[in-house]
Design a protein around this ligand. Sequence first.
Ligand code: PMV
Length: 351
Amino acid sequence: KIEHKSGSVTWKSPSNIAIVKYWGKHGNQMPNNPSLSFSLSKSCTETKVDFDVDPSRNGLELDFQFEGKAEKKFEAKIRNFLTKNSADFPYLNHLKLGIESSNTFPHSAGIASSASSMSALALCLVSIESRVFGGFSDKKQFRTRASHLARLASGSASRSVYGGLVCWGESESVADSSDYYAVPIADDIDPVFNTFQDAILIVDSAQKSVSSTAGHKMMVNHPYAEMRYFVARSHVEALKGIMQEGDVKGFGKILENEALALHGLMMNSDPSFILMKPNTLKIIELIREIREEEEMPWYFTLDAGPNVHLMYPLEAANKAEKLIKDVLLPYTQDNTVIYDHVGKGPEQIKK
Ligand code: PMV
């Protein structure tokens, strides 16, 4: 029985950078391969939800504001996610939601924000659920539920519900892993990886030209699809041992291979997309050259766009930041770099 309840909840949740990429799905947001990511620290979405659950209300009422302005397109996306998954929201018809969201990174930075925004929203919805129906028995159950709901909104968002290294999708090498929700595995690896820095070199801040929806679709009839899923599974398995041993080189090799595999798949799919820009390649070349010449332990990855995520352990940060300023910055757009690092995961903001 649903009683009349109202209140307000706020969560701040990070973006994440995939090490093994999720690219290809089936059914209702089920991944075709397991993926691994680091949750970031500074690139976050903060979402406040005012809710009113009233059994006499008949039909969902929804208002969404992004950084103080009504955002009808994203509002429609949220409405679609809620109604499509109404089995997960039995109180949906009695619900009024006022959502206010903002990012801690500039929208123009070209960083994908669905992971941070959808995980923040999912965490708010689970907080509301626990207020309306009574609490969850423990924190683990709460986060599992949030990860499940985040996945239904945006696959990669399922991973942002935790800090550190996170796995989403069933893998033999990751205990309790599931296609339905992500699990945290940061405690299971050498501590050097929890110090990893991510310098995001902005090559082009324009909106990316392939949505991930279109991208996942391209995998359906992709000639290399089955081999891609096999390789991704092997990468998750190999990385488990590599990261337990603290093998930064072994990690970097797979990190770069995954980035180029993702872009390779886009380049030879139908339709074909080339999302790297000339300066993306220039920066990649320089990263590899400097790695050889200076024995720099730094490695790149890319998501579905032209910007380069340059990753290195904290102990190399001083030297890395100097090299970035002196050598790489001229190839970015307006000297734009965002220094982020592996973070501790979402936090609830009590106001
Ligand atoms: O969560 P989606 O559907 O936006 O897909 C994300 C896809 C990549 O960012 C390219 C890879 C990943 O695993 O995050």
